[in-house]
Design a protein around this ligand. Structure first.
Ligand SMILES: Nc1ncnc2c1ncn2[C@@H]1O[C@H](COP(=O)(O)OP(=O)(O)OP(=O)(O)O)[C@@H](O)[C@H]1O
Length: 286
């Protein structure tokens, strides 16, 4: 499912003393089936941009086209609702949205609310809970008895069970310990591979951006500052410095080695790849 932003502007509190131009002439496309990173400093406009996709915020001018549904300043509720159904949003701390008495009921709630029959909703719920490694023995438990990491998986299964065409992850690992962080990111990636959904990851963690995303879009002060293949953008030292973006750990390590005359043959995406490339270099230069 393609999402196209055309001449998009969002101005908060228009014609008031608090008027703020949060998005300025955004023209860009998110293509079907890719895993995107959306990065930029606090206040650069990332959340505003993604909230225009499902009509939580309407454009002040310009359009947002989601799988053929075009939202603009004057869009009516019916159209906004159609766009909403296509976009699944995982906000920070999604587990705060859990409310049902059991894990299964909570995940079934979304599909049933969309008019899907109970049995079909149960099937979907079980499928997505399994995909997210939530053990069967937990299905009849209260979600509030689970650990933080498990609760988060249940909440995310609930969003996936509505089968959106695009999944937006807004700082999805906030507050998780390092182990749960890694496990959750890997799970997202596995789910993405399994169901072939378009994913947009908003994060300040450049290591995750490098490891998991195909392409990246960079926001700065309400404008699209850059976009392209993740490895190309994150290794562009001038660009990264200009927008004061943190360089991923392994790219910095590769750069340090290069200064010592050790040039790796490729850009490592994670520590394991870094070690592999370094071992290759050692073998070739023994
Ligand atoms: N409801 C609102 N009313 C007025 N200004 C807002 C509103 N929401 C956001 N803004 C302003 O718009 C700008 C962009 O905010 P936005 O939340 O989109 O940035 P962000 O890149 O997602 O930041 P963060 O990384 O902190 O989540 C900020 O200056 C913010 O203060």
């Amino acid at each position: 499912m393609t999402i196209r932003f055309t001449d998009l502007n969002v101005i908060y509190h228009r014609k008031s003393p608090f008027e703020y131009h949060a998005l300025k002439n955004i023209n860009t496309t998110f293509e079907n089936g890719k895993f995107y990173g959306l990065i930029g400093h606090t206040g650069s406009g990332k959340s505003t941009l993604i909230q225009t996709m499902n009509g939580l915020i309407l454009p002040s001018s310009g359009t947002v086209e989601t799988d053929g549904i075009i939202l603009s300043k004057k869009s009516k509720q019916k159209l906004i609702h159609q766009a909403k159904m296509k976009v699944g949003m995982v906000f920070q701390f999604p587990e705060h949205q859990l409310f049902e008495s059991t894990v299964l009921k909570d995940v079934m709630f979304g599909p049933m609310n969309m008019g899907i029959a109970e049995e079909a909703a149960r099937e979907k719920a079980c499928y997505y809970l399994k995909l997210l490694n939530v053990h069967e023995s937990l299905l009849e438990k209260s979600p509030f008895e689970l650990s933080g990491g498990q609760m988060r998986k249940v909440a995310i299964a609930g969003i996936l069970a509505m089968e959106p065409n695009i999944l937006i992850l807004d700082e999805p690992t906030a507050g998780l310990d390092p182990l749960s962080h890694d496990e959750t990111m890997q799970l997202f990636y596995d789910v993405y591979k399994e169901i072939g959904i378009t994913v947009i990851l908003i994060t300040h963690d450049m290591n995750d951006v490098l490891e998991f995303t195909d392409e990246v879009k960079v926001m700065s002060q309400g404008e699209l500052a850059g976009e392209g293949r993740t490895a190309d953008i994150l290794t562009d030292q001038n660009f990264m410095e200009r927008y004061d973006l943190e360089v991923p750990h392994v790219i910095q390590l590769a750069r340090d080695l290069k200064e010592k005359g050790i040039a790796l043959n490729g850009t490592p995406k994670n520590t394991a790849e870094f070690i592999r490339l370094y071992e290759d270099w050692r073998r070739n230069n023994a």
